[in-house]
Design a protein around this ligand. Structure first.
Ligand code: GCV
Length: 712
């Protein structure tokens, strides 16, 4: 029969220690970890400091139904959040006769509450929060479509309590927008992190998985709390040793740390692995020995990690090995690996970030932005069902402003996932405040006009073309820094990424507010000031860096930080803005340019092809114009460059003064940490401003109508 475990919140924790019960021991350790955190930012949005006030009217019993480890985690977390001292579990076949939280998946809960309507049952990882009365007792049911759903429902309930929402009556059923809601870390086996700005890896050190994986399980908890269900732990520039026999037991340990939180482990793999670690003479994907090698390497993983998520592949890109070496296509390569994964229900995330980084910059028809479409569109329909093509949101590379990648609209017979970046590689590297949600929302809401209303969010969810898989993968790159991403406010990006992957219809303002309430407090001034700062920050950064869709104008050859206007030009990387003394921008039109705009549907082509229609913010991405060209705003391009950079620097200084109004409204530790970063940002914005305006003044010879440029 059903196994119910009561946890009476106010019993002595020592009782638990004595109890010979696996689930209880897990609860004790979770509480001990939580107690170690101060206001360092380590607890992120799971501080629970405001939950106690709202908890007074809530039940003091938690009943966990069923045997699932993930559901038990949900029960433990609820106890932890409500600051109970978990009591002795009482195994029983009955639900409590007094008020209680009752957690379980639908299959376990339904027999206990047969009156519940099947129509409200969530699908997949969804949940149903429902209050019901029976005799003298009231139950807060947290019902999952799956075990994970229970966890997500529990976190959702806690979030409502912490945000002071009324939870006395609940009837809310939610399901995630897409089945794939992953994150990636670009961690190297030596413990460094490519494009990581918050310390060393929480997973690797000295070529091995760390002995202590406490942070890995804390990370899994954070991810689960916003609905993430998979994590690829190593760099897409993958070290083949990740698939070596000696590594497998280490991966098993990471999977064990993730499992209680419903996070599937995934790894990035190098295409040359059959040679590099398998000792074969080739890695030609169609070679029978190579096929057998991938099968065997995959089977061995699943023997030890049955819930393994799958592989991420970067191939034929930026010097990585790939199938082109043998004249094979991405489909040839992807399918061989996918065939090995499919029997185990594993996924192959094949990245569409494939381009030639030795382009001829003198060739006016050459265009890196075309690459993903040119390469993958002809392969549509050739990928097996367990392959997912992972597409960066824009056609270049995580710039401060790009149009949605045309590839989203061009693969009706292929599963797709969008790749976003939480780590702020080109957007200030967590030294600058840049809340990316408004940018992500613009991309996700952008209608590709390919099959009726087809915003990117519907395509990647698999809805537009009824694909079995689809979703999200974001590069996060948390590190050992106590507050995970180094800038306390940068955590709003990680939070929002998870929330949007769950529900891309949320607005940036909604997630900014939620995050602020959970991370700081519910004081109206804190909520409104911090939300306002977050929501304005992307435009501010765009203002003092790359204008009008020209690219970030950063040092693209090195660390991608700070101004580096010329670094994009006259090299093979293809991030050109083609600025000279007369004008600026890439001509990507069908009529006279690279033809990139022709990769979109006719409706979208109309939005970009003509100067009259093209929105100002993408003008220089799509067109080459003289500096004197007058924008829809009524300003000349050159004056826009001057003005936006002065505005941006001033707005960055304004972030400091806005933040200062919060002194005393939040704890000093986090107040000071943020203030330091904002003050630095304000100074660096001036460096940016001066570098950019002076460069364009010199190049164009056009004076600033307001007389500022050249006068500093
Ligand atoms: C992991 C950009 C980054 C690289 C990164 C690459 C990718 O070019 O600068 O560090 O490599 O994207 O996404 O593969």
């Amino acid at each position: 029969m059903y196994r119910l475990v009561y946890r009476e919140l106010r019993m002595d924790r020592n009782l638990m220690r004595g109890a010979a019960h696996g689930a209880l021991i897990a609860i004790v350790s979770l509480i001990a970890v939580g107690a170690a955190y101060g206001e360092t930012g380590a607890e992120a949005w799971l501080r629970y400091s405001q939950i106690k006030d709202g908890a007074a009217s809530l039940p003091s019993r938690v009943a966990v139904v069923g045997n699932s480890g993930v559901v038990r985690t949900a029960g433990s977390e609820l106890v932890r959040a409500l600051e109970g001292k978990p009591g002795k579990p009482v195994p029983t076949g009955e639900i409590p006769s007094a008020d209680a939280f009752v957690l379980g998946s639908w299959k376990d809960i339904h027999p206990l509450f047969p009156e519940l309507a099947r129509t409200r049952v969530p699908s997949g990882d969804g949940f149903w929060l429902k209050t019901v009365r029976r005799k003298n007792a009231k139950y807060w049911l947290i019902i999952g479509g799956s075990d994970r759903g229970v966890l997500y429902g529990m976190f959702s309930l806690l979030s409502r309590i912490a945000r002071q929402q009324d939870v006395s009556t609940l009837d809310d059923s939610q399901s995630p927008s897409a089945p794939i809601r992953w994150v990636s870390q670009w961690d190297n086996l030596d413990g460094s992190i490519e494009r990581g700005y918050a310390g060393r890896s929480i997973f690797f050190d000295g070529g091995q998985i760390r002995a202590d994986l406490t942070r890995a399980s804390d990370y899994a908890r954070l991810l689960a709390s916003v609905g993430i269900n998979g994590c690829a732990i190593n760099n897409v520039n993958a070290d083949p040793r990740i698939l070596s026999a000696e590594f497998l037991p280490q991966l098993v340990r990471v999977a064990d740390a993730f499992r209680p939180w419903g996070i599937k482990l995934a790894v990035s793999v190098d295409m040359s692995s059959p040679m590099a670690v398998g000792g074969l003479k080739t890695f030609d994907p169609l070679d029978p020995d190579v096929v057998a090698w991938w099968k065997q390497a995959t089977d061995v993983i699943y023997e030890r990690i049955p819930d393994f998520g799958g592989f991420v592949v970067k191939a034929d890109s930026e010097g990585r090995s790939g199938p082109s070496q043998y004249g094979r296509t991405a489909a040839d390569a992807a399918n061989v690996i996918a065939r090995a994964l499919a029997p185990h229900h594993g996924l192959l995330m094949y990245r569409a970030f494939v381009y030639n980084h030795h382009l001829d910059w003198r060739d006016m028809k050459a265009d890196r932005a075309r690459a993903a479409y040119d390469y993958f569109h002809p392969l549509d329909g050739k990928f097996l069902g367990s392959v997912v093509i992972q597409i960066k949101y824009g056609p270049i590379d995580f710039q401060v402003r790009e149009p949605a990648s045309p590839l989203f609209g061009a693969m009706p017979h292929t599963n797709q996932a969008i790749e976003l970046q939480v780590t702020q590689e080109y957007t200030g590297q967590q030294r600058h405040l840049v809340f990316l949600a408004p940018m992500w929302k613009e991309i996700l809401d952008f209608d590709m006009h390919v099959n009726g209303m087809s915003p990117v969010k519907k395509i990647v969810a698999g809805d537009t073309w009824h694909r079995p898989f689809g979703g999200y993968n974001a590069v996060v790159n948390v590190g050992l820094d106590e507050n995970w991403l180094a800038h306390p406010l940068a955590m709003a990006n990680l939070y929002t990424y998870g929330r949007l992957a769950w529900n891309p219809n949320l607005s940036a303002a909604q997630t900014a507010e939620e995050w602020t309430r959970l991370t700081f407090n519910n004081k109206p001034q804190v909520v409104s000031t911090n939300s306002k700062m977050l929501l304005s920050s992307w435009h501010i950064y765009e203002n003092y860096t790359g204008p009008l869709g020209a690219g970030t104008l950063t040092d693209i050859l090195g660390d991608h930080y700070g101004p580096g206007i010329e670094s994009s030009e006259r090299n093979g990387w293809g991030q050109w803005h083609r600025a000279d003394e007369h004008g600026m921008g890439m001509d990507r039109t069908i009529a006279t340019g690279t033809g990139y705009i022709g990769q979109y549907s006719p409706e979208v082509q109309k939005q970009y092809e003509t100067l009259a229609a093209c929105p100002d913010e993408l003008l220089l991405f799509m067109h080459h114009v003289p500096y004197t060209y007058v924008l829809h705003s009524g300003k000349m391009v050159i004056q826009h460059i001057y003005d936006s950079h002065y505005d941006g620097a001033e707005q960055a200084a304004g972030l400091v003064t806005q933040w200062q109004t919060l002194k005393g409204q939040i704890d000093d530790d986090r107040y000071n940490a943020v203030l330091d970063r904002l003050q630095y940002q304000a100074g660096h914005a001036i460096v940016w401003r001066d570098a950019v305006v002076n460069w364009f003044f010199k190049e164009s010879g056009t004076p600033d109508a307001k007389g500022r440029v050249g006068q500093q």
